[in-house]
Design a binder for this molecule. Structure first.
Ligand code: FES
Ligand SMILES: [Fe+2]
Length: 370
């Protein structure tokens, strides 16, 4: 399928908008230890994140409701965070004010009615996740639906290894995400003899299908022109298939299966600020644990890939200052178009209360050269 879509276009009014009501990775688990209060930011909300004395993670808006002092400068006793300015204490999980030291015994002020902003928080797959309800961190009220389950990395056997990679991307979340699903930059940005070169550009045809809140590149044999997949075939002796899903707001899942061997990865591009996002990549695999070929690929080649993408995004920023428009051309940019359409459809369905109207009506084959 190839429509002529070569005209400059701004695919939706929502471009650049950050999506509330989703789980986002706030920190990697390893960044948080002991009674430490860690400072971070999601969707332009400053957060203070920690673990209570039972090890359960919490995330509060890092702004004291009294006079906006960052709570992250305060003390934490394993249950409450104490603001360092006037010593107000807040429950680490609910943000409810527990104590105001300046009040006299006969004070009428009900300190339990005061709240610091708080966000549902859970730890999974090596990340501390926060559910970004709204910018203020207002607690859910009776009748609000509970947050959905925290996103989970699919795994397919009881024993496996994992690795995490990450990078800051100095761009809006939209540019970060469409960079993630862009097949046409590979031969130019990620040139390497063992991966692909300009000379290896060839015709591709991939089948896509709609899935809830996203789309799937249907299971297919991985690109024949990339060496890592050739290695995989060599070591497993089985033909590999790969499936790639994109799911709103920001998640790309990729599964490679070859017989009983598998590799499963998830990449998220999380908005930190309007012009900054963070890429988080986690992979799990059970391929030859005694022979660290996958670990080598991920730890040596993965960072190199991410560096190449980061560099491209930094340079792109130089141009975006002058021309914040984009062209989405034909099938190579079709996934980017679906992303913008899905995002617009989600916002529309939230506005109207109607179910999300998926931009794809059924399976589609896209063709491009890369
Ligand atoms: S600003 Fe936090 S207690 Fe006053
Ligand atoms: Fe890339």
């Amino acid at each position: 399928m190839s429509e002529a879509t070569g005209s400059p276009s701004r695919p939706s009014d929502q471009a650049g908008e950050m999506l509330w009501g989703f789980w986002y990775p706030a920190l990697r688990s390893e960044q948080l230890y002991g009674r430490k209060l860690a400072r971070t930011m999601l969707l332009e909300v400053p957060l203070v994140v920690g673990r209570d004395s039972a090890g359960k993670a919490f995330a509060l808006r890092d702004v004291c409701p009294h006079r906006a002092f960052p709570l992250s400068f305060g003390r934490f006793d394993g249950a409450s965070v104490e603001c360092a300015y006037h010593g107000w204490q807040f429950d680490a999980h609910t943000g409810q004010c527990r104590h105001i030291p300046s009040l006299t015994a006969d004070s009428k002020l009900k300190c339990e009615r005061i709240y610091a902003g708080s966000f549902p928080c859970e730890e999974r797959d090596g990340y501390i996740w926060a559910f970004m309800t709204n910018p203020e961190g207002r607690a859910a009220v009776a009748g609000d639906p509970p947050p959905p389950p925290v996103p989970e990395l699919p795994t397919f056997s009881p024993r496996y290894q994992t690795a995490q990679l990450w990078a800051d991307l100095p761009c809006s979340v939209d540019h970060g995400i469409i960079g993630l699903m862009d097949p046409a930059h590979g031969p130019f940005v990620h040139q390497a003899w063992w991966w692909r070169t300009r000379r290896s550009i060839r015709d591709k045809a991939k089948q896509f299908e709609p899935i809830p809140d996203g789309f799937r590149m249907s299971p297919h044999a991985p690109s024949a022109n990339s060496a890592p997949y050739k290695i995989l075939k060599l070591i497993t002796g089985e033909p590999a298939t790969t499936t790639i899903d994109f799911v709103l707001p920001n998640q790309r899942f990729e599964q490679i299966r070859a017989g009983r061997y598998w590799l499963s990865s998830r990449t998220t591009v999380t908005p930190i600020k309007r012009d900054l996002c963070r890429l988080d990549f986690i992979a799990a695999w059970n391929i030859l644990p005694w022979f660290p070929v996958v670990s080598f690929i991920l730890h040596v080649l993965g960072p190199r890939f991410i560096r190449q993408d980061t560099e491209v995004i930094e340079k792109q920023g130089l141009g975006l200052k002058y021309e914040d428009r984009m062209m989405l051309v034909d099938d190579a940019d079709r996934q980017a178009r679906w992303y913008f359409e899905l995002k617009a459809a989600l916002l529309e369905s939230r506005r109207t209360g109607e179910p999300l109207r998926h931009p794809m009506s059924g399976p589609v084959t896209l063709r491009w050269r890369s």
